[in-house]
Design a protein around this ligand. Structure first.
Ligand code: DAH
Length: 362
């Protein structure tokens, strides 16, 4: 009777094995695999139920029966694991292909901002002048007539005051203007410091102007000022020569020609020989061989006197140039309006750096 029971158990195990393996082979999804696991080897499964019944066997048979049942359980579990893993992988693959997600498609490029070409040129100029001992200072864009005109030797009745079509703010009596140039910072700097002075002033300037390819009502200038006891025109020429070389290459030469600006005497306009044709004449330099960079000269004694400097003790030079124009010369841009038009395709052509070249690939 007892031997029969043990025999019965073995038969039962064999039957259960056949059933479990057959069902295991037929599994087709990981959800079904979980059902199978619950039904056969789970805590409420058939194998566990079988193990529980071992307690009813006579003590001497229990160890052998227990081993047999435990071995059976292990056998089912190790048969189950690879099937479960395979079904899981298959499920995953099916889900991926159902979603039809093409992971090789390039993502959408975010629109990354870049440094504006004018800002980039200002940075470059600040670096060049730092090497020559010049410090960058910044002034107000809304100026008084006193700084924009009077202290620059442009008195109220002077015809030169008409040279700039000034944008006047509010009250004409108070003469608050959008500065027509960066030169007002000459007087402001001299008033608040003592020689030796070496500054550059990058910043916006404004003029009431009809716009065309070479005129904008708002543009950017770079002013320069050096004042000391023995500054001469040679110093001015040396500094501007170095600027031209740093910007346009070591072969560049500069040219001074007489010009008039009320705040300098003598005054000059300065030009650099065209780097494209080496001065021979081409479309860019309009067949002159020279590109005009700006105005300059020796600080007028009246300007020095105006801020309380003795012109017999101090001399100085000043210069001013248009930053957009400089970029146009350097990169062959033919319309100044492009800088403020906010066309990202134009602006991106100047931008350096990795994030931008990534954008250009798109
Ligand atoms: N302020 C002048 C302008 O806007 C440019 C200029 C000319 C500045 C000669 C200077 C200078 O400092 O010496 O046209």
């Amino acid at each position: 009777m007892k031997t029969q029971e043990l025999h019965g158990l073995t038969t039962e195990i064999d039957e259960l094995r056949d059933e479990a393996i057959a069902r295991l082979d037929a599994l087709d999804s990981s959800a079904r695999a979980t059902d199978w696991e619950r039904e056969f080897v789970g805590p409420k499964g058939k194998v566990t139920a079988l193990l529980r019944r071992l307690g009813a066997l006579p003590a001497e048979q229990r160890p052998a029966a227990g081993r047999a049942a435990q071995a059976f359980r292990n056998e089912l579990e190790s048969a189950f694991r690879p099937v479960q893993e395979r079904l899981h992988r298959e499920d995953l693959a099916r889900r991926l292909s159902d979603d039809a997600l093409d992971i090789t498609l390039p993502g959408r490029q975010p629109l990354v901002g870049t440094v504006h070409p004018v800002s980039e040129m200002i940075d470059e100029l600040i670096e060049i002048f730092a090497l020559l001992g010049f410090r960058a200072v910044f002034g107000p864009e809304v100026e008084t007539g006193r700084y924009n005109f009077d202290l620059l030797n442009i008195p109220a009745d002077h015809p030169a005051r008409d040279v700039w079509d000034t944008i006047i703010i509010d009250d004409p009596e108070a003469e608050l203007v959008l500065r027509t140039h960066t030169s007002p910072m000459q007087a402001r700097t001299m008033e608040r410091s003592k020689p030796p002075i070496r500054v550059i002033v990058p910043g916006k300037a404004f003029r009431f102007e009809a716009q065309d390819a070479s005129h904008e009502w708002q543009f950017t200038q770079l002013e320069g000022l050096a004042v000391d006891t023995r500054i001469t025109m040679t110093d001015l020429k040396g500094v501007l020569q170095e600027l031209a070389r740093q910007l346009f290459g070591p072969e560049r030469r500069i040219r001074f020609r007489c010009d008039f600006f009320p705040f300098v005497e003598p005054g000059v306009e300065f030009a650099v020989d065209c780097a494209i044709c080496e001065g021979k004449g081409c479309r860019v330099c309009k067949h002159t061989g020279w590109l005009e960079m700006g105005g300059a000269g020796m600080v007028h004694p009246n300007v020095l006197r105006g801020v309380g400097y003795d012109p017999d003790v101090y001399t100085g030079f000043a210069f001013g140039l248009g930053i957009e124009r400089l970029i146009m010369m350097k990169h062959g841009v033919d319309d100044v309006r492009a800088f403020a038009a906010n066309d990202i395709r134009f602006l991106r052509r100047f931008a350096a750096g990795t994030c931008v070249s990534a954008l250009n690939r798109g």
